[in-house]
Design a protein around this ligand. Structure first.
Ligand code: ZN
Length: 244
């Protein structure tokens, strides 16, 4: 399984960057996990839109789904030109309903709402979900191919459920919006690199990939903070391919 980081920024992109988007590719399948602002243009370096098997949206914040709004124009146009004869499968949370309703276009998106008990099979990939703790409904996603397992934390504060859900993953892609949130003046519904390292350690994962950086945060400082708890840690690089 290959994972290409299309965007690694949280909330809004840093200079020349993009927000959350992870393209998962195997011999048989092509899945986009999150479709944050800036990701659809980048996706096309690796995959034609009409060749996507599914899009999975962890939660309905624009840094994770904003490009769905422009993707619908692409699908509409491709359908008009006969390049695409079906809607694209989208798995996403149902809440907030006002946002979900705003992107409800059954001719363009074949939408299924995520819940914790669902297991999705997409051409040899198994996807599972765990409800996280964020300001809105947000799901961590586990992607398995045979014995290989990748877990994506989505946006969440540190929580025990994520540790259980991530057990023995080959790769944990975990948000690290800041290096250490204890220095912030108000609580935020996010995790820092220090705690991402703790999740990796307690879940016994093989490798930790930090992502969802605040644009002004130092990535080196994030790595340093995560390493206080876990050694095998990398910072997500945009356009870089990670093989599991
Ligand atoms: Zn976010």
């Amino acid at each position: 399984m290959e994972i290409v980081v299309l965007g690694r920024y949280g909330s809004f992109p840093g200079k020349d960057g993009a927000c959350s988007g992870y393209f998962i590719k195997t011999d048989k399948s092509a899945v986009l996990i999150d479709c944050g602002n800036g990701t659809i243009g980048r996706l096309q370096r690796y995959c034609r839109i009409e060749d996507l098997d599914a899009i999975v949206i962890s939660h309905l914040h624009d840094d994770h789904m904003g490009d769905l709004r422009v993707l619908r124009y692409a699908i509409e146009t491709k359908q008009a030109f006969g390049e695409l004869d079906h809607p694209i499968k989208v798995f996403m949370p149902k809440n907030p309903t006002v946002i979900a309703e705003g992107i409800y276009h059954p001719d363009l998106f074949d939408t299924e709402y995520i819940h914790e008990d669902m297991v999705i099979e997409i051409k040899g990939l198994l996807l599972r979900f765990a409800l996280m703790k964020h300001s809105i409904e947000s799901y961590a996603v586990s992607i398995e191919e045979g014995q290989k397992k990748v877990v994506y934390s989505a946006d969440t504060v540190y929580n025990e459920e994520l540790i259980t859900f991530s057990k023995n993953a080959n790769l944990l892609i975990n948000e690290a919006t800041f290096a250490d949130i204890s220095s912030l003046k108000a609580p935020v519904p996010h995790m820092d690199a220090l705690h991402a390292g703790l999740v990796a350690k307690r879940a016994g994962v093989k490798q930790l990939l930090l992502t969802h950086f605040w644009y002004e945060e130092s990535v080196d400082r994030c790595i340093e903070a995560a390493k206080q708890n876990f050694d095998n840690v990398l910072a997500a690089d945009e356009f870089k391919n990670y093989t599991v």
